[in-house]
Design a protein around this ligand. Structure first.
Ligand SMILES: *[C@@H]1O[C@H](CO)[C@@H](O)[C@H](O)[C@H]1NC(C)=O
Ligand SMILES: *[C@@H]1O[C@H](CO)[C@@H](O)[C@H](O)[C@H]1NC(C)=O
Ligand SMILES: *[C@@H]1O[C@H](CO)[C@@H](O)[C@H](O)[C@H]1NC(C)=O
Ligand SMILES: *[C@@H]1O[C@H](CO)[C@@H](O)[C@H](O)[C@H]1NC(C)=O
Ligand SMILES: *[C@@H]1O[C@H](CO)[C@@H](O)[C@H](O)[C@H]1NC(C)=O
Length: 406
């Protein structure tokens, strides 16, 4: 269809009347003569200038009178010969396009709205090879209500591996995470918005974290964590486990009860049907490919925003259902964040000082069950655990090197 149209177009142009063709040729001759005169003028001008300067201007200098010296975040435009351009000073400096800052933004603060940010984060290179040596990193995304009581444990976990991860912190607006400039968390807060737990604002914050982390092209895996999460394996183990996995770790299952299917709304028809509906833990781990799909989705997210209101919780259903509908084969359907629901009730168990023992930690690391990993089975099912309160920090620091090797 399209090809025919283009063909028709070409026929039309060739059907220009003879008279018009003639006018065209005349006009072209005019333009050519102008060009010749202009070039001659330019030559004369250049010759006189170099004579006027009284010096010999080499071919190289003549064509390099503007010199670009790209540096980390600016370009220096140095003029060897003053040009009659008023806006260019002898040493004019300006921010320049720079591949490094584009693929690895060092500054997390920006002025983009969520709409702008999600669009920017949805950009995917079409080219297979990178023009630089890309080392895949893990983005650790902390969704917090303020302070990070487990920070010293995380610092120890991250120590010595700075080339393999990036941290992103979404704290309440106005909250300043006060850490020293040697901390892995230093200046890692992203522009945030208020979050009320259980509402769509929570899912917004998760997508905001993903989008900010996507701006860095080195990030390959994306883990969502809270202030009450701890790592239960050391960094190299966590890194290899995530980077080498064919699947993402988003718990996603069909719960026929009123806490699962009961939260589905028929207003989501026809796009989302009851058979698509899934439930799962909010604490996900995603590959870059899936993270891009999630920040790029408007259609399904809009339905959740409109029709998934308490007692429906978007953070427990949106990503879980969306992946099930379109990318189920890329998901393991299990979570790598351990939590204890065994005591019942709306909240999982919280562990404090008295509960932290070698046996307890070992049981989280390996409870005797095997989990599917790529085409094999592994005794490592969980890399992280929650929930831990601040009194758990000290015994955890004491046991970390003995039990968790960091
Ligand atoms: C820009 O780069 C030049 C050359 O590397 C450097 O001397 C200058 O301090 C830089 N300016 C800024 C503002 O970073
Ligand atoms: C970090 O902070 C210390 C003390 O506040 C200061 O002396 C040092 O210059 C800072 N280092 C960097 C890289 O900013
Ligand atoms: C996860 O569930 C999807 C259905 O959403 C299924 O296609 C996929 O095979 C499951 N993943 C694994 C690793 O079993
Ligand atoms: C933690 O330890 C305390 C004191 O021994 C105990 O009462 C509580 O049940 C334990 N919590 C959990 C979740 O096991
Ligand atoms: C070990 O963890 C798995 C996954 O959460 C769970 O299904 C299983 O019941 C646990 N086994 C024991 C012995 O606690």
């Amino acid at each position: 269809m399209r090809r025919t149209r283009a063909g028709e177009g070409r026929d039309e142009t060739s059907a220009i009347p003879e008279k018009e063709k003639h006018t065209c040729l005349l006009r072209m001759a005019h333009i050519l003569s102008y060009l010749v005169v202009f070039a001659a003028g330019l030559m004369i001008g250049l010759t006189t200038t170099s004579q006027f300067n009284g010096g010999f201007v080499s071919q190289r200098d003549r064509y390099s009178f503007i010199n670009f010296q790209p540096s980390s975040n600016n370009c220096t435009l140095s003029l060897k010969q003053p040009l009659p351009l008023p806006s260019l000073d002898h040493q004019d400096q300006f921010p320049c396009m720079d591949i490094h800052n584009f693929v690895h933004p060092t500054e997390l603060i920006h002025s983009m709205s969520d709409t702008e940010l999600f669009w920017r984060a949805s950009l995917v290179p079409n080219k297979q090879e990178y023009p630089y040596k890309r080392k895949p990193k893990v983005a650790f995304m902390f969704l917090t209500r303020g302070p990070l009581p487990m920070l010293p444990l995380w610092e120890r976990f991250f120590f010595g591996h700075s080339n393999f991860f990036n941290i992103y912190v979404h704290a309440p607006p106005g909250y300043h995470l006060d850490v020293s400039n040697s901390s892995a968390f230093y200046r890692r807060q992203i522009p945030s918005q208020a979050v009320s737990w259980g509402t769509v604002a929570l899912a917004d914050a998760e997508r905001r974290l993903l989008a900010n982390a996507l701006l860095d092209f080195s990030n390959e895996r994306f883990v969502l964590l809270s202030e009450s999460c701890i790592p239960v394996y050391n960094f190299p183990t966590v890194y290899r486990y995530l980077i080498d996995s064919f699947h993402s770790f988003v718990e996603s299952y069909d719960d026929p009860s009123r806490y699962g299917r009961g939260r589905y709304s028929r207003s989501m028809l026809p796009d989302i049907q009851l058979r698509h509906w899934r439930k799962g833990s909010q604490w996900f781990e995603l590959s870059r490919v899936l993270a891009v799909y999630i920040v790029s989705d408007t259609r399904y997210y809009t339905l959740f925003r409109k029709y998934c209101k308490p007692a429906c919780y978007p953070d427990e259903h949106y990503i879980q259902t969306f992946l099930n509908m379109f990318h189920g084969n890329l998901n393991s359907n299990r979570t790598v964040t351990w939590v204890d629901w065994s005591q019942g009730g709306p909240h999982p168990a919280t562990y404090g000082r008295a509960n932290i023992t070698v046996n307890f930690l070992q049981a989280i690391r390996n409870n005797g069950t095997l989990c599917r990993y790529n085409s094999d089975m592994t005794s490592i099912c969980f890399l992280f655990a929650r929930k831990f309160d601040r009194t758990a920090l000290e015994p955890l620091l004491d046991l970390a090197s003995q039990v968790m090797n960091f």
